[in-house]
Design a protein around this ligand. Structure first.
Ligand code: HEM
Length: 534
């Protein structure tokens, strides 16, 4: 940053005025009127009352008073960067998505990393899931992969999302703790929600305290579908693999960093990109068909389960490079609106009940947060391909239809038309059954993959999990909640349960929690789940 020589003129009260000269633009109001004095309000006499006629003052303060918009209800603290996605080779066999047709093609991208639970001003090294949301501005519409750095989730059905989030946010009567899972409400909810056990093991692992955004994996979590030209479906899971490998800090470091530099992750990304040290990820896909889905040990619609990488190898299909910081944090990082329902032709949803619920939630929340149905008019959210529709008006409309026709069909030869060949088509999924509010029995095994994850860890990683559970549960004041958690841990790993119970000073071990399905101990440890690889 260059410091300019500047002419400063002293005012009658000793205040300094910086006068426009040379190339410096003249300060104006938002209506464009040049401003003569930005240091003093308009008054009756030098020491008199201020005048309501002072439109410059009123406009300036009015705008300032309205600077804050609601922070995101989750993932409030985040940091974004621009870049591009480069396609390695055509995937036309599997998908007609335009982004995957031509090797070497570059697609503009914007990524926002985040923590989930803390508010906008919370510290970067909280023990928490990290959001990994990618917007790809493809030639056939924006594609958002709104993922996390953990491949599974806490709950199986979106109807439980408000509950899990309420439980992790500050308790309503006392308004704390902030951005910490270490409290009674969170562990109360978890201990009453066996489906959370797999995710909780990941959150207690070193994955939840990454060294930097640059050393994290990203996961689309849900099973999606690729659809090719013939509308044939292949199931797909999306995984981002960092070129730099995976690294985490230890809890002791995390606590110190949070105190010394709560912006640690932001600063890291800013410094790396400014230095030209551009972080890079490979997009990998796990592809499988209906026969695999039918034969796999778990339900591929269950977002608390993953498909181990030894069973289906992730295939790299392109790379993501982040090479430019936003010009303005608010305009871009704050106003970016990710939505799981943003998919281009050739990519489709599965019936995962968490994904189906998310597809409702994100549009709804963007209207609340950004305040207008026209949030797609903001440059960060607008498609970068040609787009034409008849939506009009509303607050802050900037792209109203041009001409006479704002509907179709019309007789004026104006406006856009449908395209059955190129347009988005859903997979012709055959669904039948009674209308019920029921969870499928195929979702009922809550412990086997939690155990598989734990045994996949190295000894020191397992120790970190035991220490994290001990720390977290030691903050829980209600004995029955601690006991419930130990009874779940007994179904995951007896040694782990005993270690944590002993460290918590528990005299007797509780009985293992009732399991709907006997937890399996025949699943091999999966190398692909191990944390620190380099
Ligand atoms: C925000 C991921 C489940 C509702 C986000 C963001 C990410 C994310 C990364 C931040 C986006 C950004 O950086 O702007 C996930 C993942 C989930 C999940 C991976 C499970 C696999 C859910 C569910 C719901 C939900 C089940 C609701 C039913 C929201 C809302 C926001 C959000 C309301 C705030 C969006 C905003 O204000 O811009 N989620 N989420 N999420 N998520 Fe989720």
């Amino acid at each position: 940053t260059k410091i300019h020589d500047q002419t400063l003129v002293r005012g009658t009260g000793g205040e300094l005025h910086q006068i426009a000269e040379g190339d410096a633009p003249v300060l104006t109001t938002a209506q464009g009127a040049p401003v003569s004095d930005d240091q003093n309000t308009l008054k009756y006499g030098e020491r008199g009352p201020s005048l309501i006629e002072d439109f410059h003052f009123r406009e300036k303060i009015f705008h300032f008073d309205h600077e804050r918009i609601p922070e995101r209800v989750v993932h409030a603290r985040g940091y974004g960067a621009h870049g591009y996605f480069e396609t390695y080779k055509s995937l036309a066999k599997y998908t007609r998505a335009d982004i995957f047709q031509r090797a070497g093609e570059k697609t503009p991208a914007f990524v926002r990393f985040s923590t989930v639970a803390g508010s906008k001003g919370s510290a970067d090294l909280a023990r928490d899931v990290r959001g990994f949301a990618v917007k790809l501005y493809t030639q056939e519409g924006n594609w958002d992969i709104v993922g996390n750095n953990i491949p599974v989730f806490f709950i199986q059905d979106a109807i439980k999302f408000p509950d899990i989030i309420h439980s992790v946010k500050p308790e309503p009567d006392r308004g704390f703790p902030q951005a910490q899972s270490a409290h009674d409400n969170f562990w109360d909810f978890i201990s009453l929600t066996p489906e959370s056990m797999h995710m909780v093991m990941w959150v207690m692992s070193d994955r939840a305290i990454p060294r930097s955004f640059r050393f994290m994996e990203g996961f689309g979590v849900h099973t999606f579908r690729f659809l090719n030209e013939k509308d044939e479906s292949t199931f797909v899971k999306f995984i981002w693999k960092p070129k730099l490998g995976l690294q985490s800090v230890v809890w002791n470091e995390a606590v110190k960093i949070n105190g010394a530099d709560p912006d640690y992750h932001r600063r890291d990304l800013w410094n790396a990109i400014q230095a030209g040290d551009f972080p890079e990820w490979e997009l990998c896909v796990q592809l499988f068909d209906q026969d695999f889905a039918d034969s796999f040990d778990f339900d591929i619609l269950d977002p608390t389960k993953l498909i181990p990488e030894e069973i289906i190898e992730p295939i790299p299909v392109g790379r993501l490079v982040l090479d430019r910081m936003p010009d303005n944090f608010f305009a871009e990082t704050e106003q970016v609106a990710f939505m799981t329902q943003n998919v281009p032709p050739g990519i489709d949803f599965s019936n995962d009940p968490l994904l189906q619920g998310r597809n409702f939630s994100y549009l709804d929340t963007q209207l609340k947060r950004l305040g207008s149905t026209n949030f797609t008019h903001l440059p960060i959210n607008a498609p970068k391909c040609p787009f034409h529709h008849f939506q009009q008006d509303g607050h802050m409309a900037m792209r109203n239809p041009v001409g006479r026709a704002n509907y179709q069909p019309n007789s004026w030869g104006e406006g856009p038309r449908e395209n059955p060949q190129r347009g988005f088509r859903s997979f012709r999924d055959e669904v039948e059954g009674p209308k019920v509010r029921l969870r499928a029995e195929s979702f009922a095994d809550h412990y086997s993959q939690a155990r598989q994850f734990f045994i996949s860890q190295t000894v020191h990683e397992q120790k970190h999990i035991a220490m994290a559970l001990t720390f977290e549960l030691s903050k829980v004041e209600t004995p029955v909640i601690r006991e419930r958690m130990i009874s779940h841990l007994l179904n995951i790993d007896e040694g782990l349960a005993e270690t944590v119970a002993e460290k918590l000073g528990m005299k007797d071990l509780p009985k293992p929690a009732d399991a709907a399905i006997t937890p399996r101990d025949d699943l091999p440890a999966s190398d692909a789940l191990s944390i620190i690889k380099n």
